[in-house]
Structure formats: structure tokens, C-alpha cells
Design a protein around this ligand. Structure first.
Ligand SMILES: Nc1ncnc2c1ncn2[C@@H]1O[C@H](COP(=O)(O)OP(=O)(O)OP(=O)(O)O)[C@@H](O)[C@H]1O
Ligand SMILES: [Mg+2]
Length: 241
């Protein structure tokens, strides 16, 4: 289980994460929603240990999160890869870094599950579509079977049809692999459709955390209402409400 206890991050003189306490159980999905600048990427950086905590602690079952080697799926699929390497080299990196050899059966199963043609991994990042690159990013994240995968706006670089498709593939793989997913998104429709719990972040502070359906039915805070109502107005919640 991932736990954040009173986690705060200071950037310059500003707390970009301010006293945030959250938990995510093994195999479950937590969506952190909030507008641009809310501190969503900061939260991910803090979980990955890429920024120092000003206060509080973040742990996986009382051990430092780094011990379980969490994986990250980034917003910009192509930027996630070394442009000079073929995708296979990048995908294998989490294994080769630990001197592990890939299991070809597992790799083939992932390629099929993510609808990636067998030869696609022999191309460079600029030789695949953005949607394919994002699915390769997901493949790389899962290859070493991490118990925790962090997704920073995993759908926002994709068109609407590809978003729906990719969201379904992520959920399918999660059901098969059993990893815990921390999904940071400004897309409340996605959060509501796939997350167990929704946490609302604003200006670095946690506003509320609720089971997803409870949040959509009845946000507990004024800001939660504003977000929920805006998503309804956009039609983003039609399929979940
Ligand atoms: N390296 C940095 N140095 C100083 N301030 C930073 C740095 N990175 C982010 N910030 C500030 O921290 C706050 C939170 O930024 P963050 O990137 O976490 O937001 P976000 O919720 O991920 O936004 P977006 O939806 O646009 O990605 C913002 O006010 C931002 O300006
Ligand atoms: Mg961000």
C-alpha cells in the first residue's frame, strides 16, 4: 500500500504540495484530479523521490517507494523515449538495468494486449504514431511487473477515440497484472469511469477524497462541485452518471 502522510513539497518559497495525506492499496486505482498548476505532477515527482519532501513522508508498506521500482507513464509519449534508440531497447531498459532477461512469452502477450504489431518495437520513436508510442510507454512501464504504476495525464496527448481505447487497455492490463495505479488527470470523465477513488487537488492542497461514484453523486466541497459540474457541462460524465 502506498501512503502519503502530510507530504509537502516546497519550490522556491511556495508549497506546491501542502500537507497531503492519501493512500492507495495494492491493485487499486486512485485518480488525482485538479486543474493545471494544482500540483499533480509534483505529487508524482514526490512519490518517485525526484523532489525532496519539505515535510511528511511517503512510503510503500513502510519501506521507501524506490525499493519497489515504481514505473511512470508520461504525458508526452514520444518524449518518453530516446529518439536515437529503437523502441525495443527502451522497452527492455527496466530489465537490462537489473541484468534481467525478458520473457518472450510475456512480451508477446503484452504486444498482443496493447495491439502493437510484432515489428513495431524495431522502429524508432519518430516512426510510430503518438497513440502507438503511448502504448509502447505502457509496455515499458509494465515489463518488469512493478506493483505500482504512476500515470501522468496518460491520455491527454491522444485523440478522443484513441483515449477511450487506451483507457480500456490500461484497465484490462491492470486486471491481469494487479498493479496499483496512481492516475493524475484533469479528465474527470476518465477518473470517474476507471478509478476506485478520486482525490481532488487544488493549489497543492487536498480538497477531498471519496470513492469515485460517491464523488460524482455528491462532492463534499464547493470546489469539488465546480469540477464535477464543469465535467457534466462538457458531457464528460454522461456514461458514468
Ligand atoms: N521546477 C519547478 N520550480 C518551481 N516551481 C515549479 C516547478 N515545477 C512546478 N512548479 C510550480 O508548482 C506548481 C504545481 O505544478 P505542477 O506541475 O505540479 O502542476 P500540475 O497539476 O501537474 O499542472 P498541469 O496540469 O499543467 O500539468 C505550479 O505553480 C508550478 O508553477
Ligand atoms: Mg502536470
Amino acid at each position: 500500500m502506498l501512503t502519503l502522510q502530510n507530504a509537502s513539497v516546497m519550490r522556491g518559497r511556495m508549497l506546491t504540495l501542502d500537507d497531503v495525506s492519501l493512500s492507495l492499496a495494492a491493485g487499486r486505482t486512485l485518480a488525482v484530479v485538479g486543474e493545471s498548476g494544482a500540483g499533480k505532477s509534483t505529487l508524482i515527482a514526490a512519490v518517485l523521490g525526484l523532489v525532496k519532501l519539505h515535510r511528511g513522508r511517503i512510503a510503500w508498506n513502510d519501506a521507501p517507494v524506490a525499493t519497489i521500482r515504481p514505473a511512470l507513464v508520461m504525458q508526452e509519449p514520444r518524449a518518453a523515449f530516446n529518439p536515437a534508440l529503437n523502441l525495443r531497447r527502451s522497452v527492455m531498459e527496466p530489465l537490462t538495468a537489473r541484468r534481467l532477461t525478458p520473457d518472450p512469452v510475456r512480451l508477446a502477450r503484452f504486444c498482443d494486449g496493447l495491439e502493437l504489431p510484432r515489428d513495431l518495437l524495431d522502429r524508432r520513436p519518430d516512426q510510430v504514431s503518438i497513440g502507438q508510442a503511448q502504448r509502447v510507454g505502457i509496455l515499458r512501464a509494465l515489463i518488469a511487473a512493478p506493483p505500482l504504476v504512476l500515470f501522468d495525464e496518460p491520455l491527454s496527448a491522444l485523440d478522443a477515440v484513441t483515449q477511450k481505447h487506451t483507457a480500456r487497455l490500461i484497465a484490462q492490463l491492470q486486471a491481469e497484472e494487479g498493479f496499483a495505479a496512481l492516475i493524475v488527470t484533469h479528465d474527470l470523465g476518465y477518473a470517474a469511469a476507471y478509478a476506485d477513488d478520486i482525490a481532488v487537488l487544488r493549489a497543492g492542497r487536498l480538497q477531498e477524497v471519496q470513492p469515485a461514484h460517491a464523488f460524482i453523486a455528491a462532492p463534499q466541497t464547493e470546489y469539488g462541485h465546480t469540477l464535477r459540474d464543469a465535467a457534466f457541462a462538457l458531457g464528460a460524465l454522461e456514461h458514468v452518471a
